[in-house]
Design a protein around this ligand. Sequence first.
Ligand SMILES: Nc1ncnc2c1ncn2[C@@H]1O[C@H](COP(=O)(O)OP(=O)(O)OP(=O)(O)O)[C@@H](O)[C@H]1O
Ligand SMILES: [Mg+2]
Length: 252
Amino acid sequence: MSTASATASPASASTAQVLMHARGLELAFGTTRALRGIDLDIAAGEVLAVTGPSGSGKSTLLHVLAGVLTPDAGTVQYGGRNVASLGEADRARLRLAEFGFIFQFGQLLPDLSALDNVTLPLLLAGVSRRRALERAHAQLDALGLGEHERKLPTQLSGGQAQRVAVARALVTSPRILFADEPTGSLDSLAAEQTMGALLEAARAAHSTLVVVTHDARIAAYADREVIIRDGRVSLDNGLLQGTRPDGEEQTR
Ligand SMILES: Nc1ncnc2c1ncn2[C@@H]1O[C@H](COP(=O)(O)OP(=O)(O)OP(=O)(O)O)[C@@H](O)[C@H]1O
Ligand SMILES: [Mg+2]
């Protein structure tokens, strides 16, 4: 059982296989110290909610973990490598092969149909066009979008477009799926449907899901919650299912 709950860090995931292991992450934008020494372990298969006030560093953290941004200090160990010290080409390859990313606003390619948007990452990964189309179609179908797959992003509702973004991120079966407020632009019904679809699809694909959210209900679905304040971990319930120690709720 973890003793590193409440305000303590590093975040501990001692009862499960650690997939990603971040230590001492610091990143400043000019004089703004967005990350001030973050330690975080991410366990295989968990759904981890990252919450905290606006401007606290959540998106920056996600981008550093996913190898989109390079930290000023610290390490991100993944698969025996330090993501933070890889060159741009290696990081791009790693992202394509192992990670998925969903942004607050889906960022679908506007000139491609839903189906082509979801097919693209498979083509980039070297899958044949026929096989890629089959898999993209199946993924869209699984998210209830089969009848919309020929539409352009502008012809979809916000919730549908965001589910296409979910399909695009999941179609390569990423080990880790990073989602930055994937329902932030949606009304509450569409947000609930999208989040339900995301959780179900991530579990079906055995992906680990790291999701930034302001929505307490979404955080409640997660196996674990990390709160970021002023670029630091202010609370990590640090635990996987069934290992919640007494008393940690009072520290919030
Ligand atoms: N590209 C950038 N250039 C300058 N400052 C930045 C940049 N990106 C982020 N920041 C600053 O770093 C801090 C952390 O930003 P970040 O986007 O990580 O916050 P956040 O927790 O995701 O906030 P929100 O909940 O509003 O999305 C903020 O003070 C922000 O203004
Ligand atoms: Mg953000």
